[in-house]
Design a protein around this ligand. Sequence first.
Ligand code: 13P
Ligand code: ZN
Length: 269
Amino acid sequence: MTSILENRPALAKEVNKVAEVAGYLWQKGWAERNGGNITINITEYVDEEMRLMIPISEVKPIGATLPHLKGCYFYCKGTNKRMRDLARWPMENGSVIRIMDDCASYVIIADQPVQPTSELPSHLSVHNYLIAKGSPYKASVHTHPIELIAMTHSKKYLEKDVATNLLWSMIPETKAFCPRGLGIIPYKLPSSVDLAEATIKELADYDVVMWEKHGVFAVDCDVMQAFDQIDVLNKSALIYIAAKNMGFEPDGMTPAQMKEMSVAFHLPK
Ligand code: 13P
Ligand code: ZN
């Protein structure tokens, strides 16, 4: 069977990056069973032949009307598919979808009729928001990072920017490489439109948002960069926990050291 990736090296490169990140998520223990999902906007790689491809699924509703997605194409992890499998076989554990002209439904066009992730409403609402704002971001990653999720089981870390400031102060690079911090979204039902709407609101101020007691959702130019933002935040959480396990509350960088970092790295906050 031929794959949509054949003779499309630029598209294959992006999908292979998704596979590489899926492997990292599994290795980190953030992707139990089918946990987590990734979508990427691949519209820029679409050629005439792809536009003419005959759907291999019926027309399915997105659950929301997303006007900026007209004519867009996405690679999506399949629902119930495992990251550890996707790492090796991205086109058997994910598929390419085309958004229909009504902007409220989609069809699968390749390689196999793998049903996209149950978090599709959140992912597509976010891509719609990113396009509307003229953002260069093309990737969205949802994953279950252990230590960051653990923090959301305490009310104190759910207060605005408490977790952000704590995580930034653990090691200078965290603020440099996750400069907008970690937004917090109070618990909502997984895969709900409510969760999608809350996610878009929070992404106005953050690139990475936490779904309380569930996982994080990150956006960036490509899947590798979205992963890196989550990775630096979780590294800080690990440093915090390591210090606590040694029996003390870590000091954190001082406000003066944080300020110096922000100026030196031209950071927004
Ligand atoms: P999917 O298998 O449908 O992608 O769901 C995984 C998940 O993490 C839901 O939040
Ligand atoms: Zn999840």
